[in-house]
Write a protein that binds this ligand. Sequence first.
Ligand code: GLY
Length: 344
Amino acid sequence: MTRSHTIRVQLGERSYDVVVGSGVRSQVFSALPSTARRALVITQDGIPFAIADDLKSAGLSVSTLTIGDGEEHKSLSTIEAIMVECANIGLTRNDVIVGVGGGMVTDVAGFAASLWHRGIAAVHVSTTLVGMVDAAIGGKTGVNLSTGKNLVGSFWQPRAVFCDTDALASLSPQEIRCGHGEMAKYHFLTGDNLLALELAERIARCVQIKADIVGADEREGGRRMLLNYGHTLAHALEIATDFSLAHGEAVAIGLVYAAHVAHQLGRIDQHRVDQHRAVVTGEYGLSCALPAGVSHEQLIQLMHGDKKALTGLTFVLDGPRGVEPVTSVDLEAVRRALHSMEVR
Ligand code: GLY
């Protein structure tokens, strides 16, 4: 095994480690509660690791539930199926749910763990770049409704997260792009040149940035909102394109769009907008153009439905004090910014 990186998410007695590196999945057993006799592994077809076999070899009684691929399966009916499986296998409060997969799996597995018997232990093995740098870390769990993404969920911190970089070789180009979209976000939050780092170090640095933010503001009362940079338009785009645009790809577009909104509001100059475009397209190799055929008014309607929209349209925007949440954003500025975007 090559050198691994361990980052601690500091949350008092709920603090936990995120371990990044090649082969770190072999450490999962050591993170389970000592009381666990049974484990329910939640995964999807095509996930490269046989964690269930490792846990069986370690003496646990293990069941595996394979959930569907695609955002339509990130649903309350999937949660119900998991709850029924928990009942069928007699999972107790002493036992554990292990999520093995990308962000969708760990979001669903974490949510299920938060619900079963009012909350049992969860451990995650993250197998995608976007999961490793974002989704698996920080305890946000949940599922979608037809009206919006992640509208039903909970904060439920895992006991540990393993980001095994061996999984990255099997990712599709779209999954890699998604990870890069979230990394570009961290670039704007910190100014770090993440691309100068070797891959495992780069993931570990992203985890550290996120761990620091989550440690300071677990329940998104303030600073954690910054992690939503680029996400207001991104979530709307995902829904408007029926998820043909994946999350991180949509975030890339959302970052450049947020720069246009900030420019329309006089918060940043054109040079800073150009920097956003250069980082997203030039450095991270992502498209920042709106997909053709998506109506601006539909996007605006969807952005109104965003969880963050407490007072009018809400965006995380760059400005003289850096990136910060801005509420009640002027609708005309939002429209003009959409018109400023390239279309492909
Ligand atoms: N993905 C944003 C957050 O975890 O807060």
